[in-house]
Design a protein around this ligand. Structure first.
Ligand SMILES: [Ca+2]
Length: 129
């Protein structure tokens, strides 16, 4: 894990002893917009715009080695954009709009909850929330 951190930390010219800058994590993780921002926000616990080794290890251990409660809390924090301890309908709508769409279902009929470029399940889901 430390080697992986070092590799990310020194990947770009702007490498810093402070840790991994936001754009490096974004380009490596390739998470879409707001999802990538939320992930970064959760890892950067001291809010200094860099992810240091401790933040990196703590964040990934929550995902990979945490129990159900830890993972649930992590996901909650992903959706709680303003950090007020609540998730609004708008938070969920915003997060859902960043989930990549699939082209697989285009010829197989659209199912609720299955997102495509042509809509599909989003309308049904949107109506329910
Ligand atoms: Ca930090």
């Amino acid at each position: 894990m430390k080697d992986f951190f070092k590799s990310l930390q020194t990947r770009y010219k702007e490498s810093s002893p402070k840790g991994i800058p936001k754009h490096v994590l974004h380009s490596y993780m390739n998470l879409p917009g707001l999802i990538g921002d939320s992930f970064y926000r959760i890892l950067d616990t001291n809010k200094d715009e860099y992810i240091d080794l401790n933040e990196f290890l703590n964040g990934l251990s929550r995902i990979y080695f945490g129990d159900f409660e830890d993972k649930l809390k992590f996901i909650f924090e992903m959706y709680d954009f303003d950090g007020n301890g609540k998730i609004s309908k708008e938070d969920i709508r915003t997060m859902m709009s960043y989930i990549p769409m699939s082209t697989l279902a285009e010829n197989e009929g659209l199912k609720e909850g299955f997102f495509t470029r042509n809509g599909g399940g989003f309308d049904a889901y949107y109506d329910r929330i």
